[in-house]
Ligand binder design. Sequence first.
Ligand SMILES: NC(=O)c1ccc[n+]([C@@H]2O[C@H](COP(=O)([O-])OP(=O)(O)OC[C@H]3O[C@@H](n4cnc5c(N)ncnc54)[C@H](OP(=O)(O)O)[C@@H]3O)[C@@H](O)[C@H]2O)c1
Length: 281
Amino acid sequence: MGADMQDVPSVEAKGARIPLLGLGTWDLHGRVCARIVEQALRLGYRHVDTAEMYDNEREVGEGLRASGVKRNDAFVTTKIWPSHFAPLELERAARECLARLRLSEVDLLLLHWPNPQIPLAETLGALCKVKRDGLARHIGVSNFTVTLMDEALRLSSEPLVCNQFECHPFLDQSKLIAACRQHAMAVVAYSPIAKGSVRDDETLSRIGAARKKTAAQVCLRFLVQQNIVVIPRTSRVERLVENAAIFDFALRAEEMAAIAALARRDGRLVNSALFGQQKWD
Ligand SMILES: NC(=O)c1ccc[n+]([C@@H]2O[C@H](COP(=O)([O-])OP(=O)(O)OC[C@H]3O[C@@H](n4cnc5c(N)ncnc54)[C@H](OP(=O)(O)O)[C@@H]3O)[C@@H](O)[C@H]2O)c1
């Protein structure tokens, strides 16, 4: 464990132990990506989030190896892009992810977005087979609605351990969070600091000021205090440290309520219409 960080706690979901803090890597490339992954792991991060669509799995793998952290001590997530959801395609895509990462298995393999063009039963059948074949220790979904999650759970012969979706104080995701809890699935929050925009929020800054914490730290604390896994992305080492210093303080109930009240109708940042989905429930 790096000298700068305490041990990161984990959540348990259907046999998976997922570190509550991970490093997001969307839009990180080349040496910047490899170095920030290496630095994060050296500092004590134990969870890295990538995807075939991010086009950086090679660099994520490089960073992992350069960090010296043992393979079993790091939790690596990748995701299959919806255009690869036909069964044979999915298996091929998963093998290609592993080849780029230079790993024999990932800890968690997710369906990146729902794809209404391909029957979910077929895609899940292939995802379960990939798990049984030892390419992924755990499997799950991302950007699935409550209804789609229910359907996926019904169709899957292997446990689905999480749903990864946009989650931060400016967006009310209470229904989706409740559905995950009901199914004993972990919630993994992407864009957990609303793509950096929380830094300008007065409520978060005010709550942080008394504890010498930044708005981003208060925001991340708000999520991990609800056992929600967070995967903030940064390209800067000083922010790696900042985003990890969230386990040495607690928010009071009235502060949690004040932060929850920041949700607004136009709070969503990531477009859900990408694959023909009309609405989120
Ligand atoms: N499953 C999906 O469909 C999906 C979709 C979106 C994202 N994700 C995953 O979730 C990860 C995180 O989401 P995200 O990248 O969209 O957004 P995010 O983590 O909420 O925010 C990242 C932005 O915030 C800035 N930042 C980082 N730490 C900060 C701090 N302490 N104070 C102020 N600004 C800070 C970063 O800039 P600097 O680099 O300059 O620090 C970057 O511009 C992604 O990288 C990806 O791994 C998944």
